[in-house]
Design a protein around this ligand. Structure first.
Ligand code: PBG
Length: 322
């Protein structure tokens, strides 16, 4: 055969494949989610996803010491609390384990970036991300609480605030609140396109969050692609510093759209249910665990994510160093 084009020339050895590889997993682009509860000596693993653990602050610091070799640069913190009420009052407790964890991580690891999730669902007895009255989520009232939450976390040292609630107008309101209170340098990572997905199950178990009804009146319909662009436009106009798509592996089209249509970094959250599926498949011998995790993570980067929040951040980073 007289072929001019032979793409296989560039696949013939590991060295040449590495040379032309388009996407590599860079550990500095991985964000590790962390869950913090009140108390001492507490360490709880999610039954389906062992990487989703809840620690009291003392145990969290021991854990962080044990993963120093992985050199994770950014942590996304969530509060886990059994103090739940209709208003999610605990979200504004200025003496919470979460607040202390932010300060401790900042103190112990001065180079680390601490991001915090802003939403009320860890603290509400109805399980919703916002204030809930007569079967309705109150948008503007919720935004006010989120602003307070952002200020509290910024005061303790969080450099990135990540609203995950999907209320309208929250990015702009949080930006104004931060700026008016001398936190001009605190960045906003907005969960811009957050879908009403069924893949949040393990996360909600960890939070002991039981939702009354569903979150369809604020999270996005998984059928909608153009609507994500609208959310993107709005968040950028409200000055989001980073825009996030969530979930990740089933929303690669949205990630790709965001990459094409924005000049700010695009993040993706490989969520608990997506991660747990990989664990279950590997446990049942359907595929090799490490290869599956690397392949899915690579796909999310390939689609256009600049950064990924993933429960596999530590392992991915260690594998990269091998
Ligand atoms: C809610 C929130 C959720 C996640 C992050 N923030 C769940 C939800 O919207 O019900 C999910 C993360 C995961 O599943 O790993 N504020």
């Amino acid at each position: 055969m007289n072929l001019l084009e032979r793409p296989r020339r560039l696949r013939q050895s590991e060295s040449i494949r590495l040379l032309v590889r388009e996407v590599t997993i860079d550990p500095s682009k991985l964000i590790l989610p962390l869950f913090v509860c009140e108390g001492k000596g507490i360490e709880k693993k999610n039954a389906h996803l062992p990487q989703l653990f809840t620690y009291s602050t003392d145990k969290l610091m021991v854990f962080l010491k044990s993963i120093e070799d992985a050199e994770i640069g950014t942590f996304l913190l969530f509060g886990v609390s059994d103090k739940k009420d209709s208003k999610g009052s605990e979200a504004l407790n200025s003496d919470s384990a979460l607040c202390h964890a932010i300060a401790e991580i900042r103190g112990k690891y001065p180079k680390a970036i601490v991001a915090t999730d802003l939403a009320l669902d860890p603290y509400t007895d109805h399980g919703h991300d916002g204030l809930y009255k007569n079967g309705e989520i109150l948008n503007d009232e919720t935004v006010e609480v989120l602003c307070q939450m952002a200020l509290l976390h910024a005061k303790y040292g969080a450099q990135i605030l990540a609203p995950s609630d999907m209320m309208d107008g929250r990015v702009g309101a949080i930006r104004n609140a931060l700026d008016a209170n001398s936190y001009k340098n605190a960045a906003i990572l907005s969960y811009t396109a957050k879908y009403a997905s069924c893949f949040y199950g393990p996360f909600r178990d960890t939070l002991a969050s039981k939702v009354i009804g569903d979150k369809l009146a604020y999270q996005m319909d998984p059928s909608n692609r153009r609507e994500a662009e609208r959310e993107l436009e709005l968040d950028i106009s409200e000055s989001a510093d980073i825009v996030m798509v969530k979930p990740a592996s089933h929303y690669l089209d949205i990630i790709s759209d965001f990459r094409d249509r924005s000049l700010v970094p695009v993040a993706a959250y490989h969520v608990s249910g997506e991660a747990a599926m990989l664990e279950l498949g590997a446990k049942n011998g359907l595929f090799d665990r490490k290869r599956a995790i690397q392949e899915v993570t690579t796909s999310i980067f390939r689609a256009g994510a600049d950064l990924i929040a993933t429960y596999f951040a530590v392992e991915l980073s260690r594998w990269g160093k091998q």
